[in-house]
Design a protein around this ligand. Structure first.
Ligand SMILES: Nc1nc2c(ncn2[C@@H]2O[C@H](COP(=O)(O)OP(=O)(O)OP(=O)(O)O)[C@@H](O)[C@H]2O)c(=O)[nH]1
Ligand SMILES: [Mg+2]
Length: 177
């Protein structure tokens, strides 16, 4: 059985934990009550350590999904969680253009840190009417043409699978090539 490790990073409230829950179920999560009042307006729980879920994709492959915390004070977890990673999903909340604009530097940091790995941007929450389209997310984050920006709905298994599948093609293509 070959094992592929995928890391999911991105700002607070992007949908990282939800994505893993939908695709693989959460074998482990570290969501706790949100403390900051400003963030509490968005949701009640936040990841402070890691999420983990595992999914068997057939053909002798198992995918291990690792979700990072989104709050900047836990950004050191990127380095911890990325050990041995084969690919990275940078997830944003497309319905929250302020959050996307605020994560321009974070995306640059992701490229600097994971530049050698296959990476895709997931423009999440495409089910919401106000969601920015993937090409608008690409513009705001200045994503280069070599990195796919994919529509994502983390609460929908098929839509989430398309995102993971695109990254896995890049990973496996690279591995076997
Ligand atoms: N409508 C909609 N809501 C979503 C989607 N994905 C996630 N959400 C909601 O967005 C909120 C944040 O989701 P989480 O999965 O906790 O986000 P996260 O990126 O893990 O957040 P942190 O760990 O705090 O950084 C929750 O209320 C989810 O139910 C989606 O595709 N569509
Ligand atoms: Mg989370």
């Amino acid at each position: 059985m070959r094992s592929i490790k995928v890391l999911i990073v991105g700002p607070f409230n992007a949908g990282k934990t939800t994505f893993i829950k939908t695709l693989a179920g959460l074998s482990m999560t570290t969501d706790v009550e949100v403390t900051s009042p400003e963030e509490r307006r968005k949701k009640e729980k936040t990841t402070v350590g890691m999420d983990f879920g595992m999914v068997n994709i057939g053909d002798g492959y198992v995918v291990r999904l690792f979700g990072s915390p989104g709050q900047p004070r836990f950004s050191f977890m990127w380095r911890v969680l990325s050990v041995g990673a084969h690919g990275v999903i940078f997830m944003v909340d497309s319905s929250d253009s302020e959050s996307i604009s605020a994560s321009v530097e974070e995306f640059k940091r992701a490229r600097a840190q994971f530049g050698k790995l296959p990476i895709v941007v997931a423009a999440n929450k495409q089910d919401l009417p106000q969601a920015l389209k993937p090409e608008d997310v690409r513009f705001v984050l200045s994503v280069p043409p070599t990195i796919p920006v994919l529509p994502c709905i983390a609460i929908d298994k098929n839509a989430a699978w398309l995102v993971l599948g695109t990254l896995l093609e890049m990973v496996i293509g690279r591995k076997s090539g």
